[in-house]
Design a protein. Structure first.
Length: 95
């Protein structure tokens, strides 16, 4: 069975999402720069919170909640991208 590029990308993304929360307890890069630059207090709340704070609601274990939020995010982004690619591909055939 020959793997397509998107299957490899999807698999790598899932592996990274699972192991990323276990890598460091330090804040992510953007938060760190905001804290170091002294403008973290200027941050505003997001208008839409699907999975607030990268924590899946209802799960008490923070690492597991973060991993689940990431996995769902990867699946949603890949699904939307794949769907958009199908639509664009079908439009090309029509023209």
């Amino acid at each position: 069975m020959r793997l397509m590029w998107w299957q490899v990308a999807f698999s790598v993304s899932l592996v990274l999402v699972v192991f990323a929360p276990l890598a460091s307890s330090s804040p992510d890069g953007l938060k760190r720069v905001a804290e170091d630059g002294g403008f973290a207090s200027l941050a505003k709340e997001a208008p839409i919170k699907l999975i607030a704070g990268y924590l899946f609601p209802g799960i008490e274990n923070e690492v597991l909640a973060t991993i689940l939020a990431g996995v769902i995010g990867v699946i949603v982004v890949c699904g939307v991208t794949y769907g958009l690619a199908l639509v664009l591909k079908s439009r090309r055939k029509i023209q």
